[in-house]
Design a binder for this molecule. Structure first.
Ligand code: C2E
Ligand code: MG
Ligand code: MG
Length: 763
């Protein structure tokens, strides 16, 4: 029963509000009392009392007035104290009447006094109801002096009266307390009510602001799924006017995809729909995000639902684009490795479940790097697009083309059936189709380019359990196809793995070796048989790798040719051999240096001009350089090769045909090509002594060579008898372990020094 600060303020205001009426009642009652007691002997006292009563009332009226006008001039506590002071003064005045004006001789007067005082006290209960202390003080101050006066008479009649007055005081105090209790309840309840009302108002205001200003569409619907209320954004999202949406039945929407989420709220659950939606009014296609929740009444009964909708088309499109980009190669607009792997995984699952075969074709364009480097990336890009376009045409609906690297494509051939043999055939056909499609020249910016691709193929089988392995095997097969020539396709075989791995290792290591200058040249003497004198040297490539060991030049050159490193290596060999030769010429009577040239190197467009530059740089005389070519050089473009050879010859460069007898060895070549020297392959030399046929063959080769005006070098001479045979047949030169193995530059110098010291004795 305690008032809050706010309640006290209200109670004080109420007390003051009633004060003017109370004062009027007091003055009227005072006047009435004066009239009724006019005859009492203490009339003078009565007049003084009335005057005091008037003065007190006047002061209290002044207080009342002050409170109403200048309430803020004093604190609430001060006003409370002043009010109480007024009550005390008033109570004392009335109490004084009960004590001093109690006329013992006139029972009527006494009765009047008792009635008036009782009435005043009783009245105070309502007029001072808001102030319990004031009521208590007023009642006690007003009636206690009367009670005392009655007790002072000590007669039975007075005592009975005094008992009643005491009882009356007690009753008034109890009632006052009750009154005050109700008052406090009332004030506090009202205050609470006001507070709640304000809160409710604010919350309603907030909600309606949120609903109207929210950047999402909000709508309310009843249990029959009819829209009751919605915000402006909802209209915007759906592109529909207010009239159209009001009362619209959501259950009857033409696009029913959102309905389950909407209906869920009516069942008391939250609903969610995220997906495409076609609006009813404008038939606009959008991507909608919709959340729904039940609307409940106070008893927690569902009375409808609230839906929050947003148009996430832009975000969705963006995500879709990002996803697309993550799964596609942007240049050719084909799936990328990520998507390919996902797809292969799915096909693998299917294979293990249904035994449905699928195959992987790994494509790598031949010579793409050369095109890219020589014609520029723009043309390279256009070519890639064209290739991917053509490849797409060769695919079936279920197949997939992916670009997984610069010029690397993978084709996934799906639904190849359950028969392995047939599946392999279908893959073979597909590869054939690809080769054919790509064989047509591509025109880019007026240039006609021809492309071909090497294809590695793998057909899915039980042992292939990982996508990575599958792709690696296809890659290995592709590598093999590439080694076998341009425009080839090969199926993966297990034994390929080791070989290809080694080749790949060599390629990487070779690249490093070249960069770090780890390649070396060895020199093998060429001896003029008649004079028995070292007359020239052949430069032979050597490379020792810490991990791979000594790599034979044959293996090295084949890897270098495939990876394109050959041009750089060839350049280095020529330069190094010539540098060494020039250094030796000062001190040694060497007439020429022979350098091996691979067919790819020879066929490179700049080969001849590079040689001329070198000759110029080292200022070499005619006949100082001899290039050793194998027959494979000639296979490519005959006319161009002939032209190049003539040009080289014009500058006095010797050209020898290396390993004669092992290749295609068409004598007609010999006639047409301006070779200067013929080198008999060591396989013939070595069997000279045991094989009659070889003796015959070597004799014939020497004779023919002489007829064509060629000098002859016999390779691989290891024994005196072989040398004797060659000398007999007038072969001019030989090479072989009989004289020396290929040696490094220092050992070679030592050999020459030693050889010249005892010229002729051993050779
Ligand atoms: P090649 O040009 O026919 O070189 C002769 C090969 O026969 C050398 O092998 C040499 O060591 C070996 N040889 C010489 N005399 C004898 C002998 O009496 N008995 C036996 N068993 N072998 C003998 P090598 O150095 O291993 O070179 C192999 C091939 O690698 C060369 O054959 C050449 O075709 C190629 N090659 C070497 N260096 C280069 C190079 O710098 N560029 C190019 N394009 N090819 C090179
Ligand atoms: Mg050679
Ligand atoms: Mg040879």
């Amino acid at each position: 029963m305690k008032l809050s600060e706010e309640g006290r303020r209200e109670a004080l205001a109420l007390s003051f509000r009633h004060l003017n009426i109370s004062l009027l009642a007091i003055v009227l009652n005072g006047a009435l009392l004066c009239m009724l007691l006019w005859d009492i002997p203490q009339r003078f006292m009565l007049l003084i009392w009335m005057t005091v009563l008037l003065l007190v009332s006047l002061w209290r009226f002044w207080l009342y007035h002050g409170y109403r006008r200048h309430q803020s001039s004093r604190t609430m506590q001060t006003w409370e104290r002043l009010f109480l002071f007024g009550v005390i003064l008033s109570g004392l005045t009335w109490g004084a009447a009960g004590f001093f004006l109690f006329d013992t001789d006139q029972p009527l007067h006494q009765a009047v006094l008792i009635v008036v005082l009782s009435e005043m006290s009783a009245g105070s209960i309502s007029s001072l109801a808001a102030h319990l202390v004031a009521v208590r003080i007023f009642v006690i101050l007003t009636l206690t002096p009367l009670l005392l006066q009655l007790l002072l008479h000590r007669e039975g009649y007075y005592l009975i009266f005094s008992f009643f007055i005491a009882l009356f005081i007690l009753m008034l105090l109890v009632i006052a307390r009750r009154f005050y209790g109700s008052f406090v309840d009332l004030v506090e309840t009202r205050r609470l009510y006001e507070h709640e009302r304000t809160q409710l108002y604010l919350s309603k205001e907030r909600s309606s602001t949120i609903v109207s200003q929210a950047p999402v569409g909000i709508f309310f619907y009843d249990t029959s799924l009819r829209i009751i209320e919605f915000n402006a954004e909802f209209c915007t999202i759906l592109g529909a006017p207010v009239d159209f949406l009001t009362g619209l039945s959501l259950a009857m929407l033409p696009d029913q995809r959102v309905v389950p989420a909407i209906a869920k709220a009516i069942k008391g659950e939250d609903g969610l729909y995220e997906g495409e939606y076609q609006t009813q009014y404008l038939k606009r296609q959008l991507f909608l995000h919709l959340r729904t929740a039940p609307l409940l009444d106070l008893d927690k009964r569902v009375i409808g639902g609230i839906g929050i909708a947003s148009d996430v088309t832009e975000r969705f499109e963006f995500i879709r684009q990002i996803e697309y980009q993550a799964h596609h190669d942007m240049l050719t607009d084909t799936p990328n490795r990520t998507m390919l792997i996902e797809r292969i995984n799915r096909e693998m699952v299917r294979f293990f479940r249904e035994r449905m075969l699928f195959g992987v074709l790994f494509l790598d364009l031949d010579n793409f790097k050369t095109i890219n480097d020589s014609l520029g990336h723009t043309i390279g890009d256009v070519l890639l697009c064209e290739v991917s376009q053509r490849l797409k045409y060769t695919l079936g609906d279920e197949d997939m083309l992916a670009r997984i690297g610069g010029d690397e494509f993978v084709i996934l051939l799906c639904h190849l059936g359950k028969n392995r043999h047939e599946a392999l055939e279908r893959m073979e056909h597909a590869a054939q189709r690809i080769h054919t499609t790509l064989s047509e020249t591509v025109e880019i910016e007026g240039r006609y380019l021809s492309v071909s691709t090497s294809i590695g193929m793998v057909l899915m089988h039980e042992q292939e359990e990982r996508v990575d392995d599958l792709l690696k095997h296809a890659d290995t097969a592709m590598y093999q196809a590439k080694r076998d020539g341009k425009g080839m396709s090969r199926f993966y075989q297990e034994q390929m793995d080791y070989r290809i791995k080694r080749l790949m290792l060599i390629e990487t290591a070779l690249r490093q070796a070249l960069k770090k200058g780890k390649l070396r040249l060895y020199y093998q003497p060429i001896i003029a048989i008649k004079e028995g004198r070292i007359i020239a040297a052949e430069a032979l490539l050597r490379w020792h790798n810490e991990e791979l060991g000594e790599i034979s030049p044959i293996e090295m050159i084949s890897v270098a040719e495939e990876s394109g490193l050959i041009l750089e290596i060839g350049r280095w060999v020529l330069e190094e051999a010539l540098r060494q030769f020039v250094a030796w010429r000062e001190t040694m009577p060497l007439q020429w240096i022979a350098v091996n040239v691979s067919s790819k190197q020879f066929n490179s467009p700049d080969f001849v001009s590079e040689i001329f530059l070198l000759l110029e740089r080292y200022d070499l005389p005619s006949g100082a350089l001899e290039l050793e070519l194998t027959e494979s050089v000639v296979i490519s473009d005959f006319d161009e090769v002939v032209a190049k050879m003539h040009e080289l010859r014009k500058h006095g460069i010797g050209l020898s045909i290396d390993d004669f007898g092992t290749g295609y060895s068409s004598l007609s070549y010999l006639k047409k090509l301006p070779f200067t020297t013929l080198k008999i392959d060591r396989s013939f030399t070595q069997d000279l002594l045991i094989d009659e046929d070889d003796r015959e063959l070597v004799s014939t080769i020497i004779t023919i060579a002489k007829n064509f005006g060629l000098e002859v070098v016999a390779e691989g001479v290891e024994q005196q008898d072989q040398l004797d045979f060659l000398r007999q047949r007038s072969c001019e030169y030989y090479q072989g372990y009989f004289c020396s193995r290929p040696l490094d530059a220092i050992a070679f110098e030592r050999l020459i020094a030693h050889h010249h010291g005892m010229r002729g004795s051993v050779l």
